[in-house]
Design a protein around this ligand. Structure first.
Ligand code: 5RP
Length: 225
């Protein structure tokens, strides 16, 4: 069993029958979804799920997990998702794909948000290994990019897979992949990007995490806020 699977199985231990469970997106979240389906099949676990992306919804449906649409929920009991970067103060960088809007909504709506990751995701500061994905309203992208440059950002619109246009997220936004000076702490950077007109959402998850499960060479460590 690899570390991503190990940590996902550990997160599944927090799930109780009757819960409404948010499903994250990515390879680690997929192990969690598979384990929920196994618990339902083998141990009679009864949960309802809500997905953070079309791909996770399809995955859950194919495994016969009951699923409700995000627009029909007011809160959820538990949200389990991966991350691209995790800092010592439990700030996350997420959304390397195109689904960070739903991911952040579910993280905020959850009574408990558990992050599952292997040790490769631990970093000293946000933006250490990845650019910060910032979803922007398409017609606003130039003005929004200028505003982000004014607070020290550098970067550009993410190209599409064929490299003949721009990447469009699940919600019809463009993505500016930006780097910022590492002297800006996560709290400040989060507030500055939040205050930028034209930004739909961005990949810094600040102050949203309750519990982080990190697997490193077969051993799981739990960090709590
Ligand atoms: C997707 C995410 C993922 O959780 C993140 O990219 C980690 O993925 P993986 O579990 O495949 O390493 O934020 O938007």
């Amino acid at each position: 069993m690899n570390d991503k699977q190990l940590v996902a199985l550990q997160a599944a231990k927090y799930v109780k029958s009757g819960m409404l469970v948010g499903l994250g997106t990515g390879s680690t979240a997929n192990y969690f979804i598979a384990e929920l389906a196994r618990l339902q099949q083998d141990e009679g676990l009864k949960v309802t799920t809500v997905a953070s992306s079309t791909i996770s919804a399809q995955n859950a449906q194919s495994l016969h997990l009951p699923i409700v649409a995000l627009e029909h929920i007011g809160s959820i009991d538990l949200y389990v998702d991966g991350a691209d970067e995790i800092t010592p103060d439990m700030t996350l960088l997420k959304g390397r794909g195109s689904d960070l809007v739903k991911e952040k909504l579910l993280a905020k709506a959850a009574t408990q948000f558990i992050v599952v990751a292997d040790a490769s995701k631990l970093v000293a500061h946000i933006g250490q290994n990845f650019v910060i994905p910032i979803e922007v309203i398409p017609f606003a992208w130039q003005l929004t990019k200028k505003s982000l440059e004014a607070i020290g950002g550098t970067g550009n619109l993410r190209p599409n897979a064929a490299n003949d246009g721009f990447w469009i997220t699940s919600h019809g936004s463009y993505v500016l992949d930006m780097k910022f000076d590492k002297s800006l702490n996560a709290s400040t950077l989060n507030a500055l990007i939040n205050n930028t007109p034209g930004v739909v959402e961005h990949g810094i998850f600040y102050g949203l995490t309750d519990t982080i499960l990190i697997a490193d060479s077969g051993a799981v460590t739990e960090l709590r806020a």
